[in-house]
Design a binder for this molecule. Structure first.
Ligand SMILES: *Cc1c(COP(=O)(O)O)cnc(C)c1O
Length: 367
């Protein structure tokens, strides 16, 4: 059984540190169940730290959050306004992030039907070509009195495409395009620009509200440099069996790993159904937990051997004769950072975190 331990104090410390670094307010990004760590626990904790803007992707996520937060918390829906869920936005006081003309028209009609202004944010596309108003759409909004009357626009926001590459010239272009959109009838509306990595890009990327997500959850926002964030989670699983196999014997499905020496195989109670990716087969390492010798989080590591299966993974324990059945391995955590696991799996830390489905449950405590 995998257990996910989550350190809310470390999450709060990361959020405070990013807020101090930004020097202007920052939001709490709690979409996808707070990157897999539990929005029901993370959001109230970050409210207590001073967060007043909460971003999720879907109205259902926002509706679940509303009863957990005081009324002055703004809950913004990044994927916009779903007219089929208009009642949810109204009843739960959700703020859609509007990113195209059709949405603006539908939400304006909704406000008209309510005979009141409704809260909104406007997403301006500055280079992602995904969601957000084109320059033509922005010009249309600037000259649309009905929409401007109906919408109480809290922020104009855009999303950086390559903020983790500090030298990418697109970053400056995007920041400039956002400021350019805040003209005419949209002048004076507060701006929201930086994601986690954007907070590290310097003065040109400071806005009225940064939106760091990943860094709050311990993912390195500056991949070319050491991670400045505190680790916030640990995924552990117990060793179910230790067995000795001779040189030449193979391990697991399809026999993709063969022992070159007499080997002790540690079979661990974790698999891809726990979010421990199958792509880690023959590639990952795990650390012995708790760390009994050495300093800090420098634990001895065991290589993963063979295929990761649904509920089990196998490690080479030959060099660690002290290990016993029932001992725990750290699969992801301070000693085996999510960014490193992501590299082994051919993905990023975001997907590692949002994949986690610990069947032994979540525990909220210090790491
Ligand atoms: C997810 C998301 C963020 C947070 O990005 P991180 O890279 O996790 O800091 C910010 N803004 C938008 C629009 C997002 O979708």
């Amino acid at each position: 059984m995998t257990t996910l331990t989550i350190d809310l104090e470390a999450i709060a410390a990361n959020w405070r540190w990013l807020a101090a670094r930004h020097g202007q307010p920052i939001a709490a990004i709690v979409k996808a169940d707070a990157y897999g760590l539990g929005a029901d626990r993370v959001a109230p904790r970050l409210y207590a730290e001073g967060a007043r803007h909460f971003f999720v992707a879907y109205p259902q996520e926002g509706a679940a959050l509303r009863p957990l937060l005081p009324p002055d918390a703004v809950i913004a829906i990044l994927n916009g306004f779903f007219p089929s869920h208009a009642d949810t936005y109204l009843a739960r006081h959700l703020t859609p992030v509007l990113g195209n003309r059709e949405e603006i028209a539908a939400y304006t009609a909704c406000a008209a039907a309510q005979a009141r202004r409704l809260p909104a944010m406007i997403h301006v596309d500055t280079g992602m070509n995904r969601l957000g108003l084109t320059p033509q759409d922005t010009a249309a909004l600037q000259t649309d009195p009905a929409a401007l009357q109906a919408l109480n626009i809290g922020f104009l926001m855009t999303h950086l495409a390559s903020a983790e590459y500090a030298g990418d010239p697109g970053n400056i272009r995007q920041a400039h395009s956002l400021r350019h959109a805040a003209s005419g009838a949209l002048a004076g509306i507060p701006l929201s620009l930086a994601n986690s990595s954007g907070v590290f890009l310097g003065a040109g990327f400071v806005s009225h509200l940064a939106r760091p997500g990943a860094a709050v959850y311990g993912i390195n926002p500056t991949p070319a440099q050491p991670n400045p964030m505190r680790p916030v989670l640990r995924l552990t699983a117990p060793i179910l069996q230790l067995r000795r196999i001779p040189a030449g014997a193979s391990v697991g499905y399809n026999a993709i790993w063969t022992a070159q020496r007499p080997t002790t195989v540690a079979t661990v109670s974790a698999g891809y159904a726990d979010g421990y990716h199958r792509a880690l087969s023959n590639r990952a390492e795990a650390a012995i937990h708790p760390v009994t010798q050495g300093s800090g989080f420098d634990a001895a590591r065991l290589p993963l051997i063979g295929r990761v299966s649904m509920d089990l993974a196998t490690f080479d324990a030959t060099d660690h004769p002290g290990l016993r059945q029932g001992d725990l391995l750290e699969l992801i955590g301070p000693a085996v950072p999510p960014d490193e696991v992501a590299e082994w799996a051919g993905t990023n830390g975001y997907e590692v975190l949002t994949s986690l489905k610990p069947r032994g449950g979540r525990v909220y405590s210090a790491l």
